[in-house]
Design a binder for this molecule. Structure first.
Ligand code: PAF
Length: 282
């Protein structure tokens, strides 16, 4: 495995791999890697001739300075994990490499970034689109892998790739969970042991809510999920929305063919997200 820190270096390594006819798979991350990231890496290695993983804590997607400062940075440990996993190239650039000049682009994603995370984290998805398009431009991958825990992010990235006409295939990957059901997240590291046990209720209630579908309206399921979770000490739901999996717009009934519930919950001062599929697009 090689660790490269500049865009120039990674571009030249990738260019020679492409010249040899090799396919490049890419897993963009912000580091603090866990089994969820490693599942993307494993798939990326299986599908492509070479696997590039980026580690870059992107300042433009944080709308909260404290959140950016507190984001865990564990490059040595991350590299160890990636080397063991069989990754070929780790790209860990500095801010000046990704943004030689400030990125002033404002994306227009219509309604999909006006809901949920888009409401509560203004500017977040514009920053994600900036960094992912910039990383795609540098790494020029054939395929790129994203976890479905960030359900709305995946929709934004697909929209961005379509809008910019980028020649990259986006591969969605299932949410990885602890045995308890808690969705894996770098933010879990900030939970105390007690809070971790409390946070398990998020997935527990989401899974349970699938059984309420038959007897309840969408509105009733939303109310039940929110009130159950809010009744648990230390948990505070920021939003729970049951949406169409394609348009991400809130649903009034269960008629849509792809129905997903997306949640953001504070556990103490740690903000966690998760989602559950009520009806899949088979
Ligand atoms: O999901 C993440 O970790 C980040 O939003 C991403 C896609 C690496 C962009 O910084």
């Amino acid at each position: 495995m090689i660790l490269v820190k500049t865009a120039k270096e990674v571009q030249s390594v990738v260019a020679s791999l492409h010249l040899e006819g090799k396919t490049i798979g890419f897993v963009p991350t912000m580091g603090a890697l866990h089994e969820g990231h490693l599942s993307l890496v494993k798939q990326c290695i299986a599908d492509n001739n070479a696997c590039v993983v980026s580690i870059f804590v992107n300042p433009t997607q944080f709308n909260n300075k404290e959140d950016l400062e507190k984001y865990p940075r564990t490059l040595d440990r991350d590299c160890e994990l990636l080397s063991k996993a069989g990754v070929d190239i780790v790209f860990a650039p500095g801010v000046e490499d990704v943004y030689p000049e400030p990125d002033m682009r404002q994306f227009d994603f219509g309604q999909i970034d006006k809901v949920m995370e888009g409401v509560h984290r203004p500017g977040h998805f514009n920053g994600v689109a900036q960094v992912v398009s910039r990383l795609f431009d540098i790494v020029k991958p054939d395929k790129a892998y994203f976890g479905q825990k960030d359900f709305q992010q995946l929709a934004i990235i697909r929209a961005m790739v379509k809008q910019l006409g980028l020649p990259v295939q986006i591969v969605p990957m299932p949410i990885m969970r602890e045995a308890s059901g808690l969705a894996l997240s770098s933010r879990n590291e900030r939970l105390t042991n007690d809070q971790k046990e409390i946070a398990v209720n998020i997935s527990k209630v989401l899974f349970e809510s699938r059984e309420w579908m038959a007897d309840c309206t969408v509105e009733e399921v939303v109310e039940k999920v929110v009130s159950k979770l809010n009744s648990i000490e230390e948990l505070e739901v920021e939003y729970y929305e049951i949406v169409d999996g394609y348009t991400l717009q809130s649903l009034a009934n269960w008629n849509s063919s792809y129905v997903v519930g997306c949640i953001a919950v504070y556990c103490g001062n740690v903000r966690l997200i998760d989602n559950v599929v009520y009806k899949a697009n088979s």
